[in-house]
Design a protein around this ligand. Sequence first.
Ligand code: ADP
Ligand code: GLC
Length: 477
Amino acid sequence: MKKILFVSSEVYPLIKTGGLADVCGSLPIALSELSQDIKLILPRYQALKITEEVRFLCTVRVDNRNVNILETRLPGTQVTVFLVDYPSYFNLPGNPYVDELGEPWSNNAERFGLFCKIAVEVAMDRAYLDWKPDIVHCNDWQTGLVPALLSLEHERPKTVFTIHNMAYQGLFPKVAVYDLNIPGPLWHIAGLEFYDMLSFIKGGLVYADYITTVSPSYALEIQTTEFGYGLEGLLAARKGTLGGIINGIDVEQWDPEIDPYIPQTYTAATLSNKQLNKADLQQHFALPVNEKIPLFSLIGRLVEQKGIDLLVECLPEMMTMNLQFVLLGNGDKAFEMQLQVLADLYPDKIAIKIGYSEAIAHVIEAGADIFLMPSKFEPCGLNQMYSQRYGTIPIVRKTGGLADTVTDTLPETLELGTASGVVFNEASAGALLEAIKRTLILYSIPSAWKKMQVNAMSKDFSWQRSAAEYLALYNNL
Ligand code: ADP
Ligand code: GLC
């Protein structure tokens, strides 16, 4: 049995802004089900949705600051969560990264720097919790200083750093090096320095004993200039200690057979019930209720990464076709506005909801026929997996985890029983439009469509296999 300290800035259902939270809320449970002693550590934000008892454990002093460590459990589980309680940094309205107005917290370096230092104190058992992990598993830039600081310690735990997204690196002006008391031996170009800036992510990429990312394809992509953001050389140099492990999903949370959010549950054997969800979704979004019209959908952060610009470019031509489109998301104001303008122009065909809603996300997955994910890059992506589980056929660009989890529909893959979506190559509106047209043809052949749905729904996206891969990695270290 391994003792694992799992470090993350978001954990579902306590706090979530994206897929990082889903993964950090479900992988630890899967590892605990493999009999591992895993504990999480997370800042105590104001917005945490705590349901279990909270207990004060101790006060730790770092950089002349007194920081409380509290303890709770992941809702509905026995998995321990340590909460780093420093109210002036974390007990504020807003999300983990931005304030109520959507502006990044001006002291993010200090906030996550302090979080990392407390994680190090816990990892070295200097918080007197009488528990010293064998492995410290860090996730994304917010935790990057942990492997760096631990590298300076004797008899330290082994460190794993998982990259969920190379686009976010935690880069701060050099003055942060002094503000955060970064030890001198870490500050050089082969260390935490990146073009005269302090790079949190480099702390993970340089100093972790092993680096993982969330799909095998993305592990290769980030070693190239197109996806590496200037860190491709470093990553290529570490290729012996860098691997991709595909994310699983929470198959209980996302199960059309028992989903409490959807009007009508269903399975691959009762696919006709999916139609009732479609009617409900059309009604919910005030679109004409018609079971024959192919209903496209998208849920996600409205940012460049997700290929929203390609979609905006395609929508006018899509409006000449017999289809409907619903969208749930928020993000860049420019994208929100462009989409709203189109929805106002075509109220019978496009309906959008700008915002964030767990409940509506489930209703869309259950009711839509097709899910769009034309991402420019996608380290893993979760919605294409949720979609397949709901028999909602994904259209995805062949990149990262999308390439690794969706099988394109071709005569051969239909024959083999593996076809589960539509995959296109080039990141262009033209290529996306071709994929949409190809999908409409498949949709018009009910026998083919049904096969695709059944193939998609019978795929295994559970954590079992991936959690076992993480465990094998911990054991190797
Ligand atoms: P990323 O982490 O890059 O945003 P993922 O596909 O890994 O992309 O995960 C996104 C997660 O966030 C999914 O669980 C998705 O359903 C959810 N999500 C994103 N935007 C919204 C929204 N507006 N409302 C509800 N859920 C959302
Ligand atoms: C990031 C990536 C997404 C991935 C998620 C969880 O947010 O953008 O592709 O699924 O992390 O690993």
